[in-house]
Design a protein around this ligand. Structure first.
Ligand SMILES: Nc1ncnc2c1ncn2[C@@H]1O[C@H](COP(=O)(O)OP(=O)(O)O)[C@@H](O)[C@H]1O
Ligand SMILES: [Mg+2]
Length: 335
């Protein structure tokens, strides 16, 4: 993962200024934006721009764990706190003291834990599960979510008092479709990055595809753009990628924009495009092929206890190719 924040859109320039300002403070930061817009990039840049940069940056995904596990992950436990707690374990809050704790997907944190988090934010101290000793911390809290928290508050899913505690420095990442002027820069950035990683001499995107890129709504934002480019560069059929983009603009795939009419420009591009909308069978085939690939890769990894070099040998591909496959297919251990 690289932590460049590419873009010249005014919102991105503003974010750069905010990062510089915020990094001199210990004020809580709330990062808002759709998935793939760069919230984690900003969190990491906040850390590396701050005087805490030599201390830890610890990310906790608040959506990934049930309440009690998340609680012990955050605050740790004493030996004997519960069945199976056979030794003391420090929590992430403690480990990140003097550094940064990145509370990812905070909008998904269970309400009860939100109450505890609020207390910790107010006092900078807590006790580990099953313990009475008070642990004092100086952890910088950066939280992020793709939820509209104001709505969650109305619906009773997020505590208003916690929201105000977190929302001290608020940074909103715009969706990619609202900063299409940055697409050229981002394409150059990712093409350059993958050329290096994949050892590709030359590669460029044709003007037609770039125009489609600008009209496509990018529900997965920059993450999706980067994986489209990676797929093109590892040799996926450009016509197939192109047809997926066009398919992505059709009504069934645009539920992300419920209530939001698609930009008119998209219709224009679609009308002008001589590109036939691919028969969806093609897309189905591609997805099926991806599934088979995924299965083969996971099987090889499991066989080798996730030793990537060994797994690449079994699959008869290079280590690098395997690495990129893991990236583009989003395969991670434990998924
Ligand atoms: N402005 C940007 N410039 C370059 N790469 C970016 C930018 N924003 C996001 N990315 C890349 O896109 C991907 C998704 O970003 P991430 O920060 O994980 O998004 P989020 O946390 O909002 O889901 C990552 O690979 C990240 O490096
Ligand atoms: Mg994220």
């Amino acid at each position: 993962m690289d932590y460049a924040l590419i873009g010249n859109h005014p919102a991105i320039q503003k974010i750069r200024e905010l990062i510089a300002l915020a990094s001199d403070t210990d004020l809580n930061v709330l990062l808002l934006g759709e998935t793939g817009t760069g919230k984690e990039v900003v969190a990491r840049l906040l850390h590396s721009a701050s005087s805490r940069k030599n201390n830890r940056f610890i990310k906790v995904n608040c959506a990934a764990l049930p309440m009690t596990l998340l609680e012990s992950e955050l605050f740790g436990y004493e030996k004997g706190a519960f069945t199976g707690a056979d030794k003391f374990k420090p929590g992430k809050f403690e480990l990140a003291s003097e550094g940064v704790i990145f509370l990812d997907e905070i909008g998904d944190m269970p309400l009860l834990l939100q109450a505890k988090l609020l207390e910790v934010l107010q006092s900078n101290e807590f006790s580990r599960l099953g313990g009475t000793d008070v642990v004092k911390v100086r952890t910088w809290v950066v939280a992020s979510t793709n939820h509209v928290l104001e709505k969650d508050i109305k619906d009773g899913r997020f505590r208003e008092d916690l929201y105000y505690r977190l929302n001290v420095i608020r940074i909103e990442l715009p969706p990619l479709r609202e900063r299409t002027e940055d697409i050229g820069l981002l394409v150059d950035h990712f093409v350059g990055k993958y050329r290096k990683e994949l050892n590709i001499e030359d590669f460029s995107i044709n003007a037609k595809l770039e125009e489609l890129f600008k009209a496509y709504p990018w529900p997965g934002n920059i993450r999706e753009l980067s994986s489209f480019l990676l797929r093109l560069m590892i040799g996926d059929d450009p016509a197939l990628v192109q047809s997926e983009i066009v398919a992505g603009m059709s009504s069934e795939e645009t539920h992300f924009f419920a209530g939001n009419p698609l930009p008119n420009r998209m219709d224009e591009v679609l009308k002008r495009e001589t590109l036939a909308v691919a028969p969806s069978l093609k897309v189905i085939k591609a997805r099926a092929a991806e599934e088979i690939e995924r299965k083969a890769i996971v099987t090889a990894l499991n066989k080798t206890a996730w030793n990537k070099r060994e797994a690449a040998k079994i699959l008869k591909i290079s280590y690098k190719a395997l690495f990129n496959k893991l990236n583009s297919l989003g395969i991670r251990r434990g998924l």
